[in-house]
Design a protein around this ligand. Structure first.
Ligand SMILES: Nc1ncnc2c1ncn2[C@@H]1O[C@H](COP(=O)(O)OP(=O)(O)O)[C@@H](O)[C@H]1O
Ligand SMILES: Cc1ncc(COP(=O)(O)O)c(C=O)c1O
Length: 270
């Protein structure tokens, strides 16, 4: 039997709902063999309102992990999540070129949900200049799209479309700007720009605050479907369905955090 294989280059979310844990769970649920290269560890402090502490890993350690997977095994698609430093972004870019990874989904993580400030503002320009041009698909939320496009605050679907075009000009082939529940509309609208046409992906907004890991899960689902050889269009529509189902069945872990439910899509389709 052969299995499609995917790699996530991402941070560890110790609480299990976001980061590489969300990615690997999503790969598994969609029938893809998941592997990871760890960039940073995120720990959350229960005595300080679940304050997120980001503990970087060394560039050497990341280099060895990526070589293990790309030189030693090979993958059908890859995704990036939280990267944490300029050195790490540059290393990842080198590896993408070295291994000619063209099925690459970049989730340009700049913020953790629940935290209201950019985690590493100094890395934002590097993400924009070094990684976005190498992305097949890039999936910024409204804050990230505003940073990458220089558009200023994004509050409408028209703003999302303008920002998507600007990010496309940076070199990403497909840009998905995630409106989610942040637009204040009755529907969770994402705009996908393919370089030619804007597509609006819509689902009803689910009234919940338990959306920890939603962005990671969504981008991982796109990578998984690409790894299976599906078209980008198929991958994006499956991913939207997968994340909507995961949010519908999300749950509370403690008073601070509620992750999406990675099994919900498979259970529905069983
Ligand atoms: N409350 C919600 N109801 C339905 N879909 C949502 C909701 N919140 C987010 N989404 C969807 O989940 C996906 C991830 O979006 P979002 O949570 O904004 O990303 P991020 O985690 O990067 O901030 C998008 O497809 C978005 O439309
Ligand atoms: C390691 C890691 N990556 C990414 C994220 C972003 O998560 P989300 O998908 O909720 O935006 C988080 C949030 O806590 C995280 O801990």
């Amino acid at each position: 039997m052969t299995m499609p294989k995917a790699l996530t280059i991402a941070g560890s979310d110790t609480s299990g709902g976001a980061g590489l844990q969300a990615d690997i769970k999503t790969f598994q649920e969609l029938g893809v063999y998941g592997m990871n290269a760890l960039t940073v560890i995120v720990a959350q402090d229960p005595t300080r309102n679940w304050f997120h502490e980001v503990i970087p890993q060394s560039v050497e350690a990341l280099d060895k992990q990526i070589e293990t997977v790309l030189a030693g095994i090979g993958v059908d698609a890859a995704k990036t999540g939280m990267l944490g430093s300029i050195e790490i972004i540059e290393l990842v870019a080198q590896k993408i070129d070295k291994y000619k990874m063209n099925q690459l989904v970049v989730d340009p993580v700049m913020v953790c949900k629940g935290a209201d400030e950019a985690l590493n503002p100094e890395t934002d320009a590097c993400l924009r200049d070094v990684l976005i041009p190498r992305a097949f698909v890039v999936t910024p939320n409204l804050f990230e799209a505003s940073q990458l496009s220089g558009h200023g605050p994004i509050t409408t679907v028209a703003d999302m479309k303008t920002a998507a075009e600007k990010i496309h000009q940076l070199g990403a082939k497909h840009v998905i700007v995630k409106g989610g529940s942040k637009l204040g509309t009755a529907q969770a609208i994402d705009v996908w720009f393919d370089g030619d046409t804007h597509h609006e992906l819509k689902s009803d907004v689910i009234q919940t605050t338990f959306t920890h890991g939603a962005g990671c899960t969504y981008s991982a689902a796109i990578a998984a479907e690409l790894a299976k050889g599906n078209t980008v269009e198929e991958a994006i529509y499956v991913a939207k369905d997968f994340i909507t189902e995961a949010i519908k069945h999300s749950f509370q872990l403690n008073e601070y955090v509620g992750p999406t439910n990675h099994s919900a899509y498979r259970f529905r389709n069983a």
